[in-house]
Design a protein around this ligand. Structure first.
Ligand SMILES: Nc1nc2c(c(=O)[nH]1)N[C@H]1C(S)=C(S)[C@@H](COP(=O)(O)OP(=O)(O)OC[C@H]3O[C@@H](n4cnc5c(=O)[nH]c(N)nc54)[C@H](O)[C@@H]3O)O[C@H]1N2
Ligand SMILES: Nc1nc2c(c(=O)[nH]1)N[C@H]1C(S)=C(S)[C@@H](COP(=O)(O)OP(=O)(O)OC[C@H]3O[C@@H](n4cnc5c(=O)[nH]c(N)nc54)[C@H](O)[C@@H]3O)O[C@H]1N2
Ligand code: SF4
Ligand SMILES: [Mo]
Length: 689
């Protein structure tokens, strides 16, 4: 009998762009092999639960399609013809091309383009250090959080709220515009506790009966982009029926009188006409909310991804300030904990090298930028060089036809550092192979929770893969960029950043695995006052503080009717919600995720299907002025007629005509400070013969 030693277990954190940031335990089977991945039982937020796609992470790290070597394009752009080259040759070529373009057009012609493929602070944000030192174009990061954070901050003054673990102590949890079962499963852990231990009620506010709505006691299935109307009517009822906490408002809020006056005309009947909900549903929710002290608003991102998204987020956040639920444990509101970590990111991002005169390009408008829109280019030089890490704009960005046209430009030199041959990598001139999180050191912060987490390397890099940090430092040398951050290891940067930010150092964090940064109850619930200078929650938001494009924004919570409304030609509203087994376009290469998601579809109400003349499994064409695409119809009555849903983000190659759903998504920058409007699209639908 042979004695097989149990695998070594390493503590780390999930690197993906998910509010849960789970504490993980990874089995190490060999120098270059991981086994099972589990959620840490002893982390109070993760509590042993992780999503299925990350539990199967070995499938992703050891995928046969992982990029293993640097490659140079030899055929036409996008032809898929590559030649394997050495790291030195690849980096030399990138540097040479960038320097040549810089000499011709100035440094702003190079655009380091990145997002959150890994949420590790060093590997994600280090690219900014190179950009700042070189005075390359800066990125305005609008693709995800801009609308939600702006809408939250304008009311509370800061990006934090009631401890997410407090949901377990609530009597009513409102899951608003987040499909938690898909996008952050750990919310359900704490919600389920409240239900089991306290018989708490769960309300879901979402335009479709998604997996989270199925688990709820009440589902308000409203039209997309109408949450402001719902919030106003709920507050109208709170005021009208004596459920508004006037003493609380007197002490803690600004604008309560104006708000009450303004809401008189925002009746449940008014909101019913806008949202498509019944008056009874609105009363039912308002009374349940108003009569429960421990009522917790868990506000997600989904309902902010509209042209009126900031206004809707603010309106929803007002509920807790009218009811006074903030005063109670298990009550109040939460969206994200970004502000509790008070990072000093000078070293990671090279903030000491920032030149505010360097232009900022809106990442969500990469299509217009690459196709030469003068306004997007701030009247500056064209972008002729892209360095891409951690993101896949050829699939995920709005106005995909323009993005594809931009990447096809012959004069554009593109270097993509990736784990997989994504649609973006396919368009590169040089592709560099990237490590996955188990192959490099980093540290993480919880967005939807409250921990800083250490994520040390578990195995050696596979093939010739290198970390983002290594690539940025190697390029810096060749590009003549100097900064002490380029001379340090990942762990040295982690240690320095932790200490400067007032947290335990790298050694301590490695030993404790994570550090709980939750604010004390009084502070998290703003009981010493909100985070504005006047210490009040603002019912009357000052949008001018939040972004340049604030004109015409409503100065009180409202239904702001600037969404892509339906008309005779475009009778349907499309929501492009996240699929359970993908994470944006990540995991679209792993067999088990593909098997579960099957193919891109559009969910259509049976009444609409009858009008269109289509049936389950048939092919329909969806379109608007930006373009059109073919999708398989799925008859689904968990929406209001007029709303259609397509889950993703599927890479373009999976679509019948090889272009993805974002061909329909507008690159309009939402007000007041930009932000992509993924769930705000009017379309036509026809049956295909
Ligand atoms: N499985 C999986 N998990 C993910 C992701 C993924 O793609 N797949 N993406 C990750 C990322 S990057 C992020 S930012 C988070 C986002 O996670 P969430 O906060 O959940 O936000 P969204 O994914 O945009 O959308 C969630 C829900 O919003 C609903 N919604 C759309 N429009 C409206 C509206 O007008 N009103 C209301 N009330 N609801 C609306 C959609 O129908 C959907 O059910 O999830 C992360 N987690
Ligand atoms: N239709 C529609 N489109 C959407 C959304 C939607 O809801 N609907 N959601 C939007 C949102 S919220 C977001 S945040 C964006 C996100 O979109 P992306 O930022 O493009 O996210 P992913 O598609 O997951 O791509 C991240 C890429 O980073 C790579 N990566 C991961 N780790 C590393 C690493 O350590 N180094 C390097 N070099 N690469 C790495 C992964 O392999 C992956 O290809 O998509 C947006 N697009
Ligand atoms: S739920 Fe989110 S954070 Fe947790 S393992 Fe899955 S993707 Fe990662
Ligand atoms: Mo996101």
């Amino acid at each position: 009998m042979t004695n097989i030693a149990p695998p070594e277990i390493y503590a780390t954190a999930c690197p993906h762009d998910c509010p849960s940031t789970c504490a993980l335990e990874v089995e190490k089977l060999g120098d270059r092999e991981i086994g099972r991945v589990r959620g840490a039982e002893d982390n109070t937020y993760t509590a042993g639960v992780i999503c299925a796609k990350v539990a199967r992470y070995a499938e992703r790290t050891h995928h046969p399609d992982r990029l293993m070597h640097p490659m140079r394009r030899v055929g036409a752009k996008g032809s898929g013809q590559w030649q394997q080259i050495s790291w030195d040759a690849a980096l030399d070529e990138v540097a040479e091309e960038f320097l040549k373009r810089e000499a011709e057009y100035g440094a702003e012609t190079i655009w380091p383009y990145y997002y959150a493929g890994t949420m590790g602070l060093v590997q994600r944000d280090g690219i900014n250090r190179l950009g700042h030192v070189k005075k390359y174009s800066r990125q305005k990061s609008t693709i995800c959080t801009m609308l939600a954070w702006t809408g939250w901050n304008v009311g509370t003054g800061a990006l934090y709220g009631a401890d997410p673990r407090e949901m377990a102590k609530s009597d009513l949890i409102v899951i608003w515009g987040t499909n938690a079962v898909h996008t952050q499963i750990n919310v359900m852990t704490h919600v389920t506790r409240a239900r089991k231990e306290r018989n708490a009620k769960i309300v879901v506010i979402d335009p479709y009966r998604n997996a989270t709505a199925i688990a709820a006691d009440m589902h308000l299935c409203l039209r997309p982009g109408t949450d402001g109307a719902l919030a106003c009517a709920v507050m109208h009822i709170l005021f009208a029926e004596g459920m508004a906490d006037r003493a609380y408002m007197e002490k803690y809020t600004k604008g309560a009188r104006e708000l009450e006056e303004h809401l008189k005309s925002r009746t449940p009947e008014w909101a019913a006409a806008i949202t498509g909900l019944s008056v009874e549903e609105i009363y039912g929710f308002a009374r349940a909310y108003g009569q429960t002290k421990r009522a917790y608003l868990r506000l997600g991102y989904g309902f902010s991804r509209s042209r009126n998204g900031c206004v809707n987020m603010h309106a929803a956040s007002c509920l807790a300030a009218v009811s006074g639920a903030w005063q109670y444990e298990g009550g109040g509101a939460f969206h994200n904990n970004g502000a509790i970590y008070h990072w000093d990111k000078t070293l990671i991002e090279g903030l000491d090298a920032v030149d505010p005169a360097v232009r900022m390009l809106d990442m969500s408008r990469i299509g217009p930028v690459l196709t030469g829109d003068k306004r997007d280019l701030c009247d500056g030089p064209p972008v002729t060089g892209l360095l891409i890490q951690n993101t896949n704009p050829m699939d995920v960005a709005p106005d995909l036809a323009k993005v594809h046209a931009g990447f096809a430009r012959d004069d554009l030199f593109v270097c993509v550092h990736e784990q997989f041959m994504t649609e973006t990598a396919k368009m590169a001139d040089i592709v560099l192979p990237a490590t996955t999180f188990v192959e490099h050191d980093d540290f993480y912060q919880g967005g939807g929770q409250n921990h800083i987490m250490m994520g040390g390397k578990v195995i050696e890099p596979l093939g010739e893969c290198r970390s983002n940090h290594a690539v940025i430092c190697d390029l810096a040398k060749r590009l003549g960029a100097e900064h002490r951050g380029f001379e340090m290891t990942e762990m040295e940067i982690i240690d320095d950043t932790l200490k400067k930010s007032g947290w335990p150092d790298a050694g301590q964090l490695t030993a404790s695995k994570w550090h709980d940064c939750q604010l004390p109850f009084e502070e998290a619930h703003y009981l010493g006052g909100f985070a504005h200078p006047d210490k009040r929650f603002h019912f009357t938001p000052d949008w001018s503080r939040m972004g340049p494009d604030f004109a015409e924004m409503p100065t009180l919570p409202d239904h702001w009717d600037v969404i892509d409304q339906t008309d005779e030609t475009h009778p349907y509203r499309l929501v492009t919600a996240p699929a359970r087994n993908f994470l944006n376009s990540s995991f679209t290469a792993t067999p088990s995720s593909l098997k579960r998601e099957k193919r891109p579809t559009v969910k259509i109400h049976s009444q609409d299907a009858a009008k269109i003349g289509t049936e389950d499994g048939a092919i329909v064409r969806l379109g608007n002025k930006q373009g059109s695409l073919l999708l398989h119809a799925e008859i689904f009555d968990g929406v209001q007629p007029g709303t259609v849903i397509s889950e993703g983000v599927w890479p373009s190659k999976h679509f019948i005509e090889k272009i993805g759903i974002n061909i329909l998504i507008s690159a309009d920058a939402a007000k007041p400070n930009g932000g992509a409007v993924f769930h705000d699209t009017a379309v036509w639908i026809t049956a295909e013969e």
